[in-house]
Structures are given as C-alpha cells and as structure tokens.
Ligand binder design. Structure first.
Ligand code: FE2
Ligand code: FE2
Length: 165
C-alpha cells in the first residue's frame, strides 16, 4: 500500500464516519479530529506529499496555486475543530451545527484533493513515490502507537505491515 492508497483509504473512511449519527460526544470528535488533522493532514499531506509535489511540479503554476489554496484548508479545519471542541465542552447550542460545518468543509476539501492534487501522484518518479510511501508508513505507525489511529483509519494492526510496500 503506497502513500496514495493510504490517503484514499483514509478519505473513504472519513466519508463513512461522516454518516455516523451526530452530534458526537466531544471526546469522540476530539479523537476523530486528531486523526484527521494530526495524522492525515499534517503528517501525511503537509509533511510528506505536499512538499514533494511542490518541488517536483515547479513551474506548474496553476497546480501550485491549487495546492496552496487546498493546503490552507488544513489550518481552517484545525481552527474550526478547536472552536467546535470548545463549544462542545461548554454544552453550547451551536455545537451540533459546528460539527456539521466541520464535516462539510472536510468533505469539500477531500474532494478537492482527489480532483486536483492526488492526480499528480503518478507523474512523480518511482523513487520519490517509494521514499514518500516509506516515510508515510513510519508516520502512520507512530500515530497507531500514540493514539486511536486504528479506530478512525479503519486499518487493522496487521495492515500496518503492508504500508510503504
Ligand atoms: Fe488535506
Ligand atoms: Fe486528505
């Protein structure tokens, strides 16, 4: 399973979580957001895939503009999640609506990545794809050992052994 397989798998899993009845207990939302923002967006996309695409797609201005715009969604999501958690802890009336807003933004963002960014994966040299996949596998294993990554990613412990291969 290479980095693109893992990202697409996690997007599919996020689509399924979005269908789970809401509002969620705050702790569940916090854990899910940790999986989305820390493990998926930060450690796989911001730290591995996006820098690689920026360096290899130099000169592809339209692509790079889309990448910057889409990458900026990660900060927006993190801010929205922070506010949502705060409202949830306070028991505020807006908590359920903020969760809905979070899922709408997340789904729009993931669809944009699949339509405009992930499509460049197969243009990368094989050595780059292998290196990125190995680094992503290390990150995913670190997430699995430090929090409820397996629960939210839907991966089994044994599947971690296939990552990066
Ligand atoms: Fe993302
Ligand atoms: Fe993503």
């Amino acid at each position: 399973m290479d980095l693109l397989d893992l990202l697409l798998h996690e997007h599919a899993e996020i689509r399924t979580w979005a269908l789970a009845p809401r509002p969620w207990p705050v702790q569940q939302f916090e854990e899910f957001n940790w999986f989305v923002v820390q493990c998926h967006a930060t450690q796989l996309e911001d730290e591995v895939l996006f820098p690689l695409l920026r360096s290899r797609m130099a000169g592809r201005d339209e692509f790079l503009r889309s990448l910057s715009r889409i990458a900026a969604d990660h900060r927006l999501l993190a801010t929205l999640a922070g506010n949502t958690i705060k409202y949830g802890r306070e028991g505020a009336d807006v908590y359920p609506r903020r969760i809905d807003d979070y899922f709408k933004l997340l789904q729009f963002h993931n669809d944009s990545e699949e339509e405009m960014i992930f499509t460049a994966w197969n243009e990368l040299p094989a050595a780059d794809r292998e290196d990125a996949s190995a680094r992503a596998a290390d990150s995913a294993r670190r997430c699995a050992s430090s929090g409820p990554y397996l629960r939210y990613s839907g991966l089994a412990e044994r599947t971690l052994g296939y990552l990066g291969q």
